[in-house]
Design a binder for this molecule. Sequence first.
Ligand code: MG
Length: 190
Amino acid sequence: MKFGFDIDDTLINLREYAFHYYQEQLDQPVDIAVFHDLNRVEIHEAFGLSDEEGKNMWNRSLDFLYFTNCPLYSGALELLKQLQSDGHEIYYITSRPIEYTENTFNWMVEKGFPIVRENFFCGMKDSEKVEIIKNLQLDYYFDDKPAVLNTLTGESVNVIVKDQSYNRHLDLLRVENWDELGDLINSEIK
Ligand SMILES: [Mg+2]
């Protein structure tokens, strides 16, 4: 089978990593409960920043956020390795800006993800992921972002949502963590 994965906030805990980084950078402590209540992908409101300020802060933080030690979600690496050793094909489809393509690929290799260059797609808009997913004829696709997930309803791919505070309004198959995803995949494909 062909499995497709988003990276940020699906495989790795990027927003929470950014939330801690922002506190340090802005010297502004904010309770983690505020993070868990955010109902949009962007995190800057928790720091009282406008959308414009938030966008600038995000963009100048990307090198740090993407390429240092953002934690992987527990169980993600293990499940991906299991899928690979079971003979499945694994694809990564991320809408990170295109200029981060090579460094992102290299970071994924360093972290031990089963990844090959031909199966790694980076730099498209959220709304363009659907075309890649259709062309690849993926059996399963796992993502967190409403702007992507909303484009996939009606497609033949089995969509699974990584539960996040900002996507709970979506009525799609959902898992809270990678152990649940493993249970779901293993029960469906065996
Ligand atoms: Mg994502």
